[in-house]
Design a protein around this ligand. Structure first.
Ligand code: ATP
Length: 147
């Protein structure tokens, strides 16, 4: 399922000389809207490439895990990009919000991606968490319940 999205992003990453490391567990059974999960993956990876400078690195991890004894799918996208200021962190899931207008504008975009990602995650009763240090990079971690 992730294969199509990864191939698309690999082309984009290569064009910007960004290395994409993949740790994707095989044959995960998830009762979910496949198209929406692909869209979610695309939004996170596309942002990682957009907000990482050339020669940077992105690591995608997709694996099953347990949280509070409940089985979950974990999707983690880690980049060595420009990072997000702590004041912006709480806002980035809001529609049309773009952190640091000057830097974000250079990369284009509408400010809708993460609000759509949040909507998809909420619809699947999942969670998303972001850790970021300005100038160092960001890690977005999603947990989705596995039935
Ligand atoms: P689009 O919706 O067209 O992709 P966008 O990337 O601006 O546009 P979002 O995906 O909603 O919109 O992201 C909101 C803001 O969060 C971005 O403008 C950017 O400032 C910040 N952001 C998101 N992902 C990252 C990341 N991986 N590294 C640094 N900043 C990020």
């Amino acid at each position: 399922m992730a294969g199509q999205v990864i191939r698309l992003i690999q082309g984009f990453a290569q064009s910007r000389q960004i290395r994409l490391h993949l740790h994707v567990q095989d044959s995960i059974m998830l009762h979910a809207d496949q198209e929406r999960i692909k869209q979610l993956l695309y939004i996170l990876l596309d942002n990682a490439v957009k907000y990482t400078l050339e020669q940077g690195e992105i690591t995608l991890t997709v694996k099953t895990t347990t949280v509070d004894y409940k089985p979950k799918l974990c999707i983690m996208v880690k980049d060595t990009g420009i990072g997000i200021e702590s004041d912006d962190l709480s806002q980035i899931f809001h529609r049309f919000y773009r952190a640091d207008k000057n830097r974000s504008r250079q990369s284009g975009g509408t400010g809708l991606g993460l609000s759509i990602a949040k909507w998809i995650i909420d619809a699947h009763r999942g969670t998303i968490h972001v850790e970021s240090v300005s100038g160092v990079g960001s890690t977005f971690t999603v947990f989705l319940p596995i039935k």
